[in-house]
Design a protein. Structure first.
Length: 220
């Protein structure tokens, strides 16, 4: 089952925004200003904007009931030096949809910096060169209570004593190679996926399998 990969692809393009949205009216009184309703005096109270995405923040491993912390079970030292982030920035919890098979996950980013030219006032906007190379290199470590490698296609094998499936694919407009390794644990399942558009000639599957094997040795 390759259902997980499109969900991961959608996650890579999510961006945050701010918007004011209506809330449920509450009784006017001392906390009327906080609730954003109109007090008996008729004076309008400005509603504080709500940042979308904060209503359902990403779950950490404990909130999700996972048997390991995907943000710390692996780290940059586990990734080959040539692909490591030189700033050693920590991974970020992944924002997930409510019905996603992944219930918690962390993503390591080592994307190439992209230069943006901002013209001076009154100057014409320079024509943009066509994008021919992806800047993305990302590693995700994930867990979900229903993830099962037997439901995936791809190569079936055993990693660290655990049944696994290796599923290569393409992602994005430039067809970045991506490789997902899903494994079964004593509680639920999970694994690693590697997306590589940044480093020419680097097949993400051997790296994804090596990282998944390390993960398998650390999770019951």
């Amino acid at each position: 089952m390759k259902k997980l990969l499109p969900l991961l692809a959608a996650l890579l393009v999510l961006t945050a925004c701010t918007q004011s949205i209506p809330g449920t009216p509450t009784a006017a009184g001392q906390n009327a200003a906080d609730s954003g309703v109109t007090p008996p005096s008729g004076e309008k109270v400005k509603r504080q904007p709500i940042r979308l995405g904060l209503q359902n923040p990403p779950k950490d491993w404990q909130a999700a009931g996972a048997p390991f912390d995907p943000c710390t079970v692996l780290g940059w030292p586990d990734i080959p030096e040539a692909q490591r982030d030189p700033k050693n920035r920590p991974p970020k919890l992944m924002a997930l949809k409510k019905d996603d098979a992944i219930e918690t996950g962390c993503m390591f980013y080592n994307d190439e910096m992209v230069s943006i030219v901002i013209p001076s006032s009154g100057q014409p906007v320079p024509s943009a060169a066509p994008v021919t190379k992806s800047p993305y290199f990302r590693v995700s470590v994930v867990w979900g209570s229903t993830i099962d490698p037997s439901r995936f296609g791809g190569e079936k094998l055993t990693l660290g004593g655990k049944p696994a499936a290796v599923v290569p694919d393409k992602i994005g407009s430039l067809n970045d190679p991506i490789c997902l390794v899903a494994m079964k644990f004593a509680k639920g399942g999970g694994g690693v996926d590697v997306r590589n558009g940044r480093f020419p000639g680097l097949d993400p599957c051997p790296l994804a399998k090596a990282l998944a094997e390390k993960l398998a040795t650390k999770v019951p």
